[in-house]
Design a protein around this ligand. Structure first.
Ligand code: G3H
Ligand code: 13P
Ligand code: ZN
Length: 310
């Protein structure tokens, strides 16, 4: 089917209390692995590109690949711009065929965040595209934006409420203690579910987005390390916490690092075990198998999005 905006995908997720994975892709291999997982699991799915991925692969190529796979599929696929930094980033993607865009002006002063988000919402809605914005700042690197743990700011629920009302945005990313990358916690994992619950009270049935939601599966870390990777300190969001988040208003769960990790582990293993192989299809396939294993596990056992499309 045609690429979908996020409206119906979120409506169903929020009504039935499950989460939809929003998985980053940068090339055919990542995209194909994610989409095959969604189709086999009968799960709605969001695939997304950062501005870095767009620089790497080209916006038209990414859209064309996505459309051409999605039109042969039976589950809804939404194509999202991840962490658009400016109105121009968002407009470029909307014009190219993206069906959801994120404007991430969370690092700007609050009033400026409202202003640019409103501008994106107005343009996107005129083209049938839905919009995500962000309030609060996650620790770690968000493409062009980076913040240390001290600079990270939890979302203020009242401000989130005002922001949604002022901008007309379709979903909102909030900061409750997750962060981007493979090292999310120094000590014990801790998320501010009290903030999530407060936001849910003020904005009932409004779609909330969790960035930095990779679990960094330890079996993948071990496998990658067995074949030469150095990933000390790697630690993700426990699956139990993600399940709990999805039982609240979180209906978009952003995952990039887990896919990078599993793809790399598979390729490392394949290259080490087949030193005479120079056919990239063979080692790519080993990476793709592991991406599929990770994505399908999340859909089945963590987000609860499998078998939602009949
Ligand atoms: O939110 C950040 C994503 O993991 C994208 O990362 O900008 O390196 O493609 P990237
Ligand atoms: P991870 O680094 O936890 O995979 O987060 C990805 C993300 O939030 C993309 O926007
Ligand atoms: Zn993110």
């Amino acid at each position: 089917m045609e690429l979908q905006n996020a409206k119906r995908i979120f409506d169903d997720a929020i009504r039935n209390k499950y989460g939809v994975g929003a998985f980053n892709f940068v090339n055919l291999e990542t995209l194909k692995s994610i989409l095959e997982s969604a189709e086999e699991n009968k799960s709605p799915v969001i695939v997304q590109c950062s501005t870095g991925a767009i620089k790497y692969a080209g916006v038209d190529t990414l859209v064309a690949m996505c459309k051409s796979y999605a039109e042969k599929m039976t589950v809804p696929v939404c194509l999202n711009l991840d962490h658009g930094a400016t109105f121009e980033d968002c407009k470029k993607c909307i014009d190219a065929g993206f069906t959801n865009v994120m404007i991430d002006a969370s690092h700007l002063p609050y009033e400026e965040n409202i202003e640019v988000t409103k501008r994106v919402v107005e343009y996107a809605h005129s083209k049938g595209v839905t919009v995500e914005a962000e309030i609060g700042v996650l620790a770690g690197v968000e493409d062009e934006v980076s913040a240390t743990e001290d600079q990270a700011k939890y979302t203020d629920p009242k401000q989130a409420y005002e922001f949604v009302k002022a901008t007309g945005v379709d979903s909102l990313a909030i900061a409750i203690g997750t962060s981007h990358g493979t090292v999310k916690f120094k000590g014990e994992a801790k998320l501010r579910f009290d903030i999530l619950e407060e936001v849910e009270k003020l904005l009932p049935f409004f779609p909330i987005v969790l960035h930095g939601a990779s679990s960094i599966p330890q079996d993948m870390v071990k496998l990658a390390e067995e074949y030469g990777a150095t990933l000390s300190g790697s630690c993700g969001i426990p699956e139990e916490m993600l399940r709990e988040a999805c039982s609240h208003n979180v209906c978009k769960v952003n995952v990039d690092s887990d896919l990078r990790l599993s793809f790399t582990a598979g390729i490392r293993k394949s290259l080490a075990e087949n030193p005479s192989n120079v056919d990239m299809r063979k080692y790519n396939l080993e990476g793709m198998k592991l991406i599929k294993q990770v994505v399908k596990h999340k859909m089945d056992n963590v987000f609860g999005s499998s078998n939602r499309v009949m």
